[in-house]
Design a protein around this ligand. Sequence first.
Ligand code: BDR
Ligand code: CA
Length: 310
Amino acid sequence: KIPVIIDCDPGHDDAIMLMLAFGSGKFDVRAVTTSAGNQTQEKTLANALKILTLIEARVPVYKGCEKPLLRNLMISDYVHGETGLDGPILPSPVFQAERMSAMEGIAKILTESDEKITIVPTGPLTNIATFLLAFPHLKNKIERISLMGGGIFRGNMTPLAEYNMAADPEAASIVFGSGVNITMCGLDVTHKALVFQKDIEAFRAIGNHTGKAAGDMLDFFSKFYRENRVELDGGAALHDPCAIAWLIAPDMFTSKQCYVDVETQGTLTLGATVVDFYNVLHKTPNVEVVYDMDRDRFMDLLIEAIRQLP
Ligand code: BDR
Ligand code: CA
């Protein structure tokens, strides 16, 4: 099993990502840490505890930063609703977050681990950047960072910036410049990870609580996509599960090792991931940039994972 720490801001697609991480049986999840992003820290933390309660996964949960490094918090309630996870009725959490902060929790786990650990961020990168700044000597205990964010050719927050990058560009720049191996699942690939009405029905048809919650969640989430992303032909983009799916089956994806930096100054391009796809700068590539996938295999992976859960 791959030892991982998951840093997320649930969030509908974050919640499906957690279902995939736990249901696949491929991961030794050492902790879940929460980022402020789709909703406030208080709400994403509560949602993480609820999802873990729903799927009966009891791992340490650590509360992350309340706001981006330098900027104001920019929630995306227009996609994820007032709670950050509108739609399903979720159980009240049966356990609480640890007392330590996310940054301290990550440091503790890396320090105590004999193996290197993979970090999977699916929200703004504030917690990971904070950790890297505070504990630079622990960098060599990170196997890889497999994240959802950015894109080669497009944005969804601004024309060129994806939400997780745009929400905390300075944090993203610190992570991309850290020297740690990075896999980036950006919008190029996640806009191919489309879930359609028939897939939502297939989740429900599994017949367990998790499948029903996934279905109810995606009914809400899809509405935004149907109304605002007509180019996706009625599909909703399951962004965050891609960062986990790549670790399970990298052969399901197409990617290229490229040099990537994040724009922290530009007025039109703030938060854009600048991907040197053709290596015109002749810099050493630092990121495995994922840009295509086999959608049907991805959907099978999700269904099989959800089937294993309560
Ligand atoms: C990203 O932004 C959030 O709304 C999603 O959870 C995903 O992590 C997509 O741009
Ligand atoms: Ca997310």
